[in-house]
Structures are given as structure tokens and as C-alpha cells.
Design a protein around this ligand. Structure first.
Ligand code: GLC
Length: 536
């Protein structure tokens, strides 16, 4: 049994493990991960000591964007299981003291969603189209899109429809792929439906939601170009906060209040913190920290500005090294430029995996020791690298296709997990002769497997397990000065974390015990790219 976090404030310093269901574990042997696979691995998740699981979308979806194109929020995608399996999973996890968080995607739905199908069929001027953003094109024959906005997935944000009679029709807005039409949040049905969906899952025992693309649902209905807009035409508009106020009221209406966690990509930390006001979200992902390079000054700057921005709103910070959208930490930290940016992604950037792994171990101790909640993306506890040599013909991510193959996309961090040292799918699928995993695993994947790492006390898995068990709780935090290349801080009187980002060994400050270290500590010296937790 894990340490069951209790009380209404459990989320303030929780460890939340992110599951990408397609790639976690395959229960039925079809090469695609599923809920049966997750259920079979609940003992593993309990052994990690995590407080909650966040599932990226598990709903019925054509998977044009890995499930972020939801066709039906009240159904589980048949590839993953069914509603009964989800209910059982939620209950089984709860029995182990693990809460469940589901993903909600307010900005868009799938083009297969019944609303969008109705809108297409009903034609221009119909009330069905009002739930989306249909507009006539510019130009003499409407042949130009209504705006020149650029999609988060490259290319334009509008796709032209064909009228029921075969003539070219209106355009519809999609900030992401064409299979993800944007919803119109001026429409009352959109508000009502999302509140109903929240209740649908909260009533099934879900502890909270992760809110996808949370800054983007509200658009400037005048549709100005980005350069001509007051503020931004679709990012972080003031009206968006009203959505989360309404959702917070729904979440607070439960006996154990449900939790709202935002995907809020904003460079401005003060604008970011506005989403965390007491009547809005509980927490939001700290992407500022996640994008910084392995540099003491860069990380210290982010930690300070993060804590400063959160203090006035009383919300805890979150610490995130990766997720299903970004480069795996051991690969990123092994590169010469170890920052993360979507625009910088390319094939063939060299990396030193040994160095990256040392740094990722140290980064795990750093983030695990900071005050707030900690997110762990599946496979990072195994130190999986980004798979950078997937054959192009197996790639699925729209970021790859829409960039004309310039951006490798996000498949490389979504390769099915290795559970056993050998076997055709390294234990991802049950033994047998079923189809191969939906993305091929590298030949050496077994070396990263859970089975192998269980037997190695120096493994990344053992490090993660220990850090979850030993991490300090509470809000106390204060810097110690151990030089420019060292991040050192205490968490109350008894606990000190030291991270050496320099190139020479650093003497540790006085301590009675090394609680945990990412590399062996010899003669009281902490080696480069290493971290230690000390009992002071
Ligand atoms: C978020 C998700 C990402 C998805 C996008 C569009 O950024 O994390 O995976 O592609 O939203 O829904």
C-alpha cells in the first residue's frame, strides 16, 4: 500500500504520474496499450509511491492527434477498453491510495464529433455551425482563409469545407490539426456540455482534470491578424478565466473538491499566475522550468521567478521535466543546447546519453526536492531516451507531417515501454504472436526494462522510487550559497538539496547523513552533474 495522500490539499505536494495509455502496457495483445494493461501494472505504480495518475485522453477518438481529437467524452476508445474498465481502474487505483486525473480539451473536438458532423451537414448559416467557427473566405471567391494565423502544428488554422451540393464552402477554424475544429466558447451549449462532461467523470470518482491548451479557447470574434490584434486574438484572452471560474465551482461542489490542473504555456509568469487565482485552477504546469537548459543560473532564475509568481496567489508550484509532447530528458540534457523549444526540433541533433542520464538523475533529485507538486512522465523513471531513429514511415504525429518532415514530432517520446528484458515486445504486450507494438521499440530497449532495473540498486527506477519516498513536504524553502555553479537549498532545518551543475567536484556542506544521491558521494565530494539530499 502506498502512502495515501489524504485531505483536501493532497495536490499541493503530490507526485503525479502521467500515463500515455497507448504506450504504457498492452493488456489484450493488439500492440496498442490499453486500460487492461494499466490495471495489470497497478502494483508497479503503487510501488513507485505516486499519489495520482494523469491519463492523456482515453476517450473515443480517431487518434489524429493521439487522442487530443475527442469524438465522444462519455466513451472510452475501443482500442483502450470500455467505460466499465475505466470505472474499475479508477476504483482499483483508489484502493491503492492512487487518485485518477483525466484530460479535458476545451479548445477543440474531433472532426468526427457529432456536433461537427451535424454542423457540416446543416450547412452555412445554420445554428449547428454556431458551435464552431465557420467563416466565409476572403478573396473574390472566398478562396483565401479568413486570417493568416499560424497553427501550433505549423501551416494555417483554417480548412475549407465543401457544401452538401459539392461547391466550395465556408472555412472552419482549427488552431491545431484540421481534424480538431475549434469550439466557439460564445455558445451556451459549449459551456453546458463541458460542465456535464466534468460531472460525468467527477461522479465516477475522478479526482481532477488536466486542462489541455488552457490559454486558447477564447477567440477575438473580430478575427484580427496577430500583429493587428489588441493583446492576442486567441492566446490568454481575459475572458478565458471565466471558463475556469465556472469549472472551479463545479469542482468545489464535491465533498472532496476536485482539482483543476492547467496546461498553460505562457512566457509571462505574472499572466501565468492569473490562472491560479483562488477561484480558478489549483495548479498549472511549469513549462518555464521545463524549457531551461542545464545551467545553474538558468534553473535558479526559473525557480526564483516561479516561486515569486506563485506566492501572491497562494498556489503551489509544479515541477515538470517532460511530458508526451517534449524531448525525453536524458536526450535533451545530453545535447550541447539542452534547452527545449518546439521550434528548435530537428532530426539528427547529437547527444551524449551518458551525460544526459547523469544530468537527468540530478534533475530528478532537484525537482523532487523543490516545494510543490511533481510530475513524472511514464518512462522517465526508467531513463528512457528519445527514440530518434524511428523509420519515417511509422511516424504518426501531425507535427511531423504538417512541418513537411522538418520537425521529427513527438513519436520519439511515445514509444511503448519496456517491461521485461527480452521477449518480442519487451513485455509491453502479453506473450504470444500478436501484432508488433504500434511504434517499434529499439533493439536495446530491454536494458531499460523494469525487470532489469529492479535488480540494479543503482538504476534510475530505484532512484525515482527512493526520491518519491524521501522527498520533503511542506512549503519551507531557502537558498544556500555554495557558489555559482551549484544549486543548494534547504527545506526546513533537517533537509538540504545540493546540485552540482559545474565541471569540478564540490564539497558538500556539513551533514549527518546522505539520504539519497544521484552518483556515489566519496570523501564528502559531489561530482559534476550530480545531486545529493542531505540530512543536516
Ligand atoms: C496539448 C497536448 C498535445 C496536443 C495539443 C492539442 O498541447 O499536450 O499533445 O497535441 O494540446 O490538443
Amino acid at each position: 500500500m502506498t502512502r495515501a495522500a489524504s485531505g483536501a490539499d493532497w495536490w499541493r505536494d503530490a507526485v503525479i504520474y502521467q500515463i500515455y495509455p497507448r504506450s504504457f502496457a498492452d493488456g489484450d495483445g493488439d500492440g496498442v496499450g490499453d486500460l487492461a494493461g494499466v490495471r495489470s501494472r497497478l502494483p508497479y505504480l503503487a510501488s513507485l509511491g505516486v499519489d495520482a495518475l494523469w491519463f492523456t485522453p482515453w476517450y473515443a477518438s480517431p487518434l489524429a492527434d493521439g487522442g487530443y481529437d475527442v469524438a465522444d467524452y462519455r466513451a472510452i476508445d475501443p482500442a483502450f477498453g470500455d467505460l466499465a474498465a475505466a470505472e474499475e481502474l479508477i476504483a482499483e487505483a483508489a484502493a491503492l491510495g492512487i487518485r485518477t486525473i483525466v484530460d479535458v480539451v476545451p479548445n477543440h473536438v474531433s472532426d468526427r464529433h457529432v456536433w461537427f458532423q451535424e454542423a457540416l451537414a446543416a450547412g452555412p448559416g445554420s445554428p449547428e455551425r454556431e458551435r464552431f467557427w465557420f467563416r466565409p473566405g476572403r478573396g473574390e471567391h472566398g478562396e483565401l482563409p479568413p486570417t493568416d494565423w499560424v497553427s501550433s502544428f505549423s501551416g494555417g488554422t483554417w480548412t475549407r469545407t465543401t457544401n452538401p451540393d459539392g461547391t466550395p464552402g465556408e472555412w472552419y477554424l482549427h488552431l491545431f490539426a484540421p481534424q480538431q475544429p475549434d469550439l466557439n466558447w460564445n455558445h451556451p451549449d459549449v459551456w453546458e456540455e463541458h460542465e456535464a462532461v466534468l460531472r460525468f467523470w467527477f461522479d465516477r470518482g475522478v479526482a481532477g482534470i488536466r486542462i489541455d491548451s488552457a490559454t486558447m479557447p477564447v477567440k477575438d470574434p473580430a478575427f484580427p491578424e496577430v500583429a493587428e490584434a489588441e493583446g492576442h486574438p486567441f492566446v490568454d484572452r481575459d475572458e478565458v478565466h471565466e471558463i475556469y471560474r465556472r469549472w472551479r465551482a463545479v469542482a468545489d461542489s464535491y465533498e472532496e473538491p476536485r482539482v483543476l490542473i492547467g496546461e498553460v504555456w505562457l512566457a509571462d509568469q505574472r499572466r501565468f499566475a492569473r490562472y491560479l487565482r483562488p477561484d480558478e485552477m489549483h495548479t498549472a504546469f511549469n513549462f518555464d522550468f521545463m524549457t531551461r537548459p542545464w545551467s545553474a543560473a538558468a534553473l535558479r532564475g526559473s525557480i526564483e521567478s516561479t516561486l515569486d509568481a506563485h506566492r501572491p496567489v497562494g498556489a503551489p508550484a509544479t515541477w515538470v521535466l517532460a511530458n508526451h509532447d517534449v524531448t525525453r530528458p536524458v536526450t535533451r540534457y545530453g545535447r550541447e543546447d539542452s534547452s527545449f523549444g518546439f521550434e528548435a526540433r530537428r532530426f539528427g541533433i547529437p547527444t551524449d546519453l551518458a551525460r544526459g542520464t547523469r544530468r537527468a538523475r540530478a534533475a530528478a533529485l532537484l525537482t523532487g526536492a523543490l516545494p510543490g507538486s511533481l510530475y513524472v512522465y511514464q518512462g522517465d523513471e526508467l531513463g528512457l531516451p528519445e527514440v530518434e531513429d524511428l523509420p519515417r514511415e511509422v511516424l504518426q504525429d501531425p507535427m511531423f507531417f504538417r512541418s513537411d518532415g522538418v520537425d521529427p514530432g513527438r513519436d520519439g517520446c511515445r514509444v511503448p515501454l519496456p517491461w521485461t528484458e527480452s521477449g518480442s515486445a519487451f513485455g509491453f504486450s502479453p506473450r504470444g504472436t500478436g501484432p508488433a507494438p504500434w511504434l517499434p521499440q529499439p533493439t536495446g530497449w530491454g536494458a531499460y526494462s523494469v525487470e532489469r532495473q529492479e535488480t540494479d540498486p543503482g538504476s534510475m527506477l530505484h532512484l525515482y522510487r527512493a526520491l518519491v519516498a524521501l522527498r520533503p513536504r511542506g512549503t519551507e524553502f531557502g537558498w544556500l550559497d555554495l557558489g555559482r555553479d551549484v544549486l543548494a537549498f534547504h527545506r526546513g532545518a533537517g533537509f538540504t538539496c545540493v546540485v552540482n551543475l559545474g565541471s569540478t567536484p564540490v564539497p558538500l556542506p556539513p551533514h549527518t547523513e546522505v539520504l539519497l544521491a544521484s552518483e556515489p558521494v566519496r570523501d564528502g565530494l559531489l561530482s559534476p552533474d550530480a545531486a545529493a539530499w542531505l540530512r543536516a
